[in-house]
Design a protein around this ligand. Structure first.
Ligand SMILES: C[S@@+](CC[C@H](N)C(=O)[O-])C[C@H]1O[C@@H](n2cnc3c(N)ncnc32)[C@H](O)[C@@H]1O
Length: 205
């Protein structure tokens, strides 16, 4: 019962996320999903696109699809240009060196790096963002593990190290030697106080 409820929430969320970046997704080659979490995005992408999606994460909290390739913070154990696209969805707040993660993602990808990240502006956006992060990341993780939705050995790996504005994420992208080719945003609060931003990145040559 609880599992069906959690699954329904996660399926709805991944459907919406994929729709936001759908037009950028390659339909051939293997995709890499870094920070794959419960695996719902990777599993849905495989179904929708008919391509292989490799999940990778610093812990195994997968609920659907294949277990992730376990990675260390900042390193992707894959050959250069092994993937046709790499996805970084809601994960850049956690690594020690996010620019390093972005440049590793670019190294293993021959196509685009696609980032989805919540961005705030102003004090209302910041406060709302912190509140959402607390409820939807910290509380949600512990409740789901206690309820048996997540594996009991799933480690909590989402200590938020930073909250991004568009400007601070742009700086991260630039210091990884990348640039933004296109953006698609979904507003969460009016006046862009909080948005879910989808960015497609390419090498800044
Ligand atoms: C908020 S969840 C997002 C999960 C998934 N991308 C989604 O949108 O459904 C953040 C994920 O990033 C992972 N993560 C945390 N630090 C990481 C790191 N240094 N490298 C890769 N993944 C990391 C966490 O384990 C978690 O699965």
């Amino acid at each position: 019962m609880l599992k069906s409820l959690f699954d329904a929430v996660m399926e709805r969320r991944s459907r919406r996320l994929i729709a936001q970046v759908r037009e950028w997704l390659p339909t051939e080659g293997r995709l890499l999903d870094v920070g794959s979490g419960t695996g719902h995005v990777a599993a849905r992408l495989e179904r929708e696109l008919g391509v292989e999606v490799v999940p990778a994460d610093v812990t195994d909290m997968h609920v659907v699809g294949r277990p992730p390739v376990l990675i260390a913070d900042g390193t992707l154990p894959f050959e250069a240009e092994a993937f046709s696209a790499t996805l970084l969805f809601f994960m850049l707040a956690y690594p020690g060196d996010p620019a390093g993660v972005l440049s590793e993602a670019a190294r293993v990808t021959r196509g685009p790096v696609i980032v989805v990240q919540t961005l705030y502006s102003g004090s209302l956006g910041y406060t709302w963002h912190r509140g959402r992060e607390f409820v939807w990341t910290i509380v949600a993780f512990h409740v789901s593990r206690l309820a048996g939705y997540l594996r009991p050995d799933a480690k909590f790996t989402m200590r938020t190290r930073r909250f991004y504005t568009a400007e601070s994420l742009e700086r991260e992208v630039a210091s990884a030697g990348l640039r933004i080719r296109a953006r698609r945003e979904r507003p969460v609060l009016p006046h862009r106080a909080l948005v879910v931003a989808g960015w497609i990145l390419e090498r800044d040559v």
